[in-house]
Each structure stands twice: as structure tokens, then as C-alpha cells.
Design a protein around this ligand. Structure first.
Ligand code: BTN
Length: 322
């Protein structure tokens, strides 16, 4: 799906949440009314909630603040500013970094307004409607190789919660290994994609999808979810949150690279939403039932099963309907 120039201009006009007549939009942009209507349909297909009223024109259901490099960069130290790439509609921010011809430096970030092939964990799709979430990926290469990334996904989850707290969003918790929960529902997901040979540096693409204000209709998400708008009633500035995420993630990854998981174990215990709760752990096609008892020093999940403590390095706690 392409996101062309005319479509961007139409969206910039509609972003104020006011009515705009198809005729005037067409005149301003040198398009026929039919072409405007086709672009509006294209925007709706990307998940934007636009309605039309005869005699008044088109209107976005809610005003939209678009992501802007300048707004994000001004909230970050200068060294980070050239490391941020804001895209409009792309397949996936993780894929964007993976496809780069030149390996980026640590902390390089790609953000997008929408993804047409957003990826989730376990081969799932990450539903990515336009302008209603943060879709962000950061690149980081760990010189210490695979051994150096034990617990990495936990550290990213902690960084996301810290960024939310910076914006006064309280009460976010974590589900091992790295889902962010708010009010008993999933708020954000994290996908870590790793490339590297044994004994060599390990290149990681760290993808974060965080729900801000998702459209209410036509969303096919197969688990209980929430977004910041419905959970907090707050209007979150996505540019501010993107900057906070980049800042917290960079700080956390520098600490993790230098000191490993140890400095994060205490915080994980405070944020462990499923601690002492009975859960089902999915490992491949297998299911294991037990009670969560926190994490081991290397970030593995500790499950109590039949009175014995067992350690699991992989898998995912499932809360989906059976
Ligand atoms: C999960 O299944 O919980 C992980 C979801 C990760 C989604 C994010 S959105 C930005 C980045 N790009 C992708 O294609 N996926 C991740």
C-alpha cells in the first residue's frame, strides 16, 4: 500500500478534527472530487476513522497529532537527534531497520504512523492502524554476543514502564517476558529480533507497539487489550511519548550492556503483574501450568509446579481464551 503526497496533504488538513469539504480540498490540492474521495477511502483502509456528512464534507472522528521528527528530536540530547527516522506508512518498523543497506549505530530508531505488515510474537500480526499507536523499533548491537542478551526483553519492558511513568501514566505492569499491562489488559507488546553468529556480536532489532487511542471499530485483536486513552482518559502526545521511550530505552540498554540484568532484577519484582498467580506457559506446542515465582538471575521465568521450582528460558504466559 502506498502513501502518496496527496494523501499526506489531505490528512494534514483533516488532522484538526474539523469538517473539510471535498470540493475545497480538491481545489487546494489540485484534485478532482472523485480523487479526493478515493484518497479518503484509502485513509479509512489504513484504520483512520473518517466520516462524511452531505453538505459539510469529511471529518476525522478525533483530531490527530501527527508524529514529527522535529518535535521528538527537541526533547532529546543532540547526539540522538540524527538517529531518529520518522516514516509514514511502511510494512514494519522492524523490517525497515532489517532492510537498511548500512548497519546503523546503536540507538538508531524507526517510527511509523502505520504498518501494513506489523509483526507480533509467535508469528502473529500486530494490528497497526494509522496514527493511533506508537510503532517503533530500535537497533542495538551487543558486542558480547548471544550470552550478553539474556534478559534483554525484560529490560525493554522496564524501560517502557519508566517512559510511561515519565508522562504520569501510573500502574503499568509487566507480563514475562515483556508484555506491558494496564488495568488487567495488554497495553503494549515487544518483539526482539536477533541476528548474529555464535561467538560474534549480536545485532538486535527491538520493536515496541504501544496502543494510544485505537479506533473502536473493525479491529481484530485476539486478546484483551487496552489503550492509553481508554485506560487513563488522558490525551497523550505521541511525540512526547516517543521521545521518552527513546530516552529510557537508550539509558536502559547502556546500563544493561555494562552491568547485565542485575540492576533490573529489583524493578522487575515490583512490576511483575503475574507474581504468585497461576498461569499457563506456552512453549512451542506444549503447555505448562504453574504459579509464577518471579525470575532467575538470568531472566528465566520461575514457575512453581507440584511444589517444585522450575526454570523456563522460553515461552510465553498465555491469558488468551482457550
Ligand atoms: C507482541 O506480539 O506482543 C509484540 C508486538 C510488537 C509490535 C511492534 S510494532 C513496532 C515493531 N514493528 C513490528 O513489525 N513489530 C513491532
Amino acid at each position: 500500500m502506498t502513501f502518496n503526497f496527496s494523501r499526506t496533504l489531505i490528512l494534514q488538513r483533516l488532522a484538526d478534527g474539523q469538517f473539510h469539504s471535498g470540493e475545497l480540498l480538491g481545489q487546494e490540492l489540485g484534485l478532482s472530487r472523485a480523487a479526493v474521495s478515493k484518497h479518503i477511502k484509502g485513509l479509512c483502509d489504513l484504520g483512520l476513522d473518517i466520516f462524511s456528512v452531505t453538505g459539510k464534507g469529511y471529518r476525522l472522528a478525533k483530531p490527530l497529532t501527527l508524529l514529527e521528527h522535529r518535535k521528538i528530536a527537541q526533547l532529546l540530547p543532540q547526539v540522538m537527534q540524527s538517529q531518529i527516522n520518522v516514516q509514514n506508512v511502511i510494512d514494519s518498523t522492524n523490517q525497515f531497520i532489517r532492510d537498511m543497506k548500512v548497519t546503523p549505530s546503536n540507538g538508531y530508531v524507526c517510527l511509523a504512523e502505520a504498518q501494513t505488515a506489523g509483526r507480533g510474537r509467535r508469528g502473529r500480526t500486530w494490528v497497526s492502524p494509522y496514527g493511533s499507536s506508537i510503532y517503533m523499533s530500535m537497533f542495538w548491537s551487543f558486542a558480547g554476543g548471544y550470552q550478553a542478551i539474556n534478559g534483554l526483553s525484560l529490560v525493554i519492558g522496564i524501560a517502557v514502564v519508566n517512559a510511561l511513568q515519565k508522562l504520569s501514566v501510573k500502574g503499568a505492569m509487566l507480563k514475562w517476558p515483556n508484555d506491558v499491562y494496564l488495568q488487567d489488559k495488554k497495553l503494549a507488546g515487544i518483539l526482539v529480533e536477533v541476528e548474529g553468529q555464535m561467538g560474534a556480536a549480536c545485532d538486535c532489532i527491538l520493536g515496541i507497539g504501544l496502543n494510544i487511542d485505537l479506533p473502536t471499530k473493525n479491529l481484530e485483536i485476539d486478546q484483551p487489550w487496552t489503550d492509553l486513552a481508554q485506560a487513563t482518559g488522558m490525551t497523550i502526545d505521541r511525540n512526547e511519548l516517543a521521545a521518552a521511550l527513546i530516552d529510557e530505552l537508550t539509558k536502559a540498554l547502556n546500563t544493561f550492556e555494562e552491568h547485565g540484568l542485575k540492576p533490573f532484577i529489583h524493578t522487575w519484582a515490583e512490576l511483575d503483574y503475574f507474581y504468585d498467580k497461576p498461569v499457563k506457559l506456552l512453549i512451542g506446542n506444549e503447555s505448562v501450568f504453574g504459579t509464577v515465582k518471579g525470575i532467575a538471575d538470568d531472566g528465566a521465568l520461575l514457575l512453581e509446579k507440584d511444589g517444585k521450582l522450575e526454570t523456563y528460558h522460553g515461552g510465553e504466559i498465555s491469558v488468551r481464551p482457550a
